[in-house]
Design a protein. Structure first.
Length: 135
């Protein structure tokens, strides 16, 4: 069983049979000790790479002392469902000074996706799977 932990998560609400926790934000060593005492079966702590980097040295020492492994979790986002020709069309329309709403109306691609694609297009290339599109 995995449980998401924040700094303000009450330790008393954690189930005792918990074996894995996920740190949403870095927590203090004192809080980590309280979690370990509440849930003695914890074997693994998961965290994103940014949270893992920001863990305090004292918290790392507590985890090491109790032989708890820190696992770096990475959850990729939703894949782009826009074909390559449409991505090039969006970039060309923006170069023709069309607004985001006009591009949305013409292509049928949501405005937020257009913003994302144009931000990526500033790098002059977009990766879509193993394909590289030079815009």
């Amino acid at each position: 069983m995995q449980y998401a932990i924040r700094e303000h998560t009450p330790v008393s609400t954690l189930p005792r049979e918990l074996t894995e926790v996920h740190l949403v934000r870095p927590i203090s060593a004192k809080k980590m000790l309280a979690i370990i005492q509440q849930c003695p079966q914890i074997e693994m702590v998961g965290a994103s790479s940014s949270v893992e980097k920001r863990l305090a040295p004292k918290t790392r020492d507590v985890l090491q002392k109790h032989r708890i492994h820190v696992k770096r979790n990475h959850r990729p986002g939703r894949a782009l469902n826009v074909d390559l020709e449409k991505i090039k069309l969006i970039a060309d329309l923006r170069k023709d000074f069309l607004s985001m709403r006009e591009i949305e109306a013409e292509t049928g691609v949501p405005k937020s996706t257009i913003h994302y694609l144009l931000k990526k297009a500033k790098r002059q290339k977009i990766h879509k799977g193993k394909n590289v599109i030079y815009v």
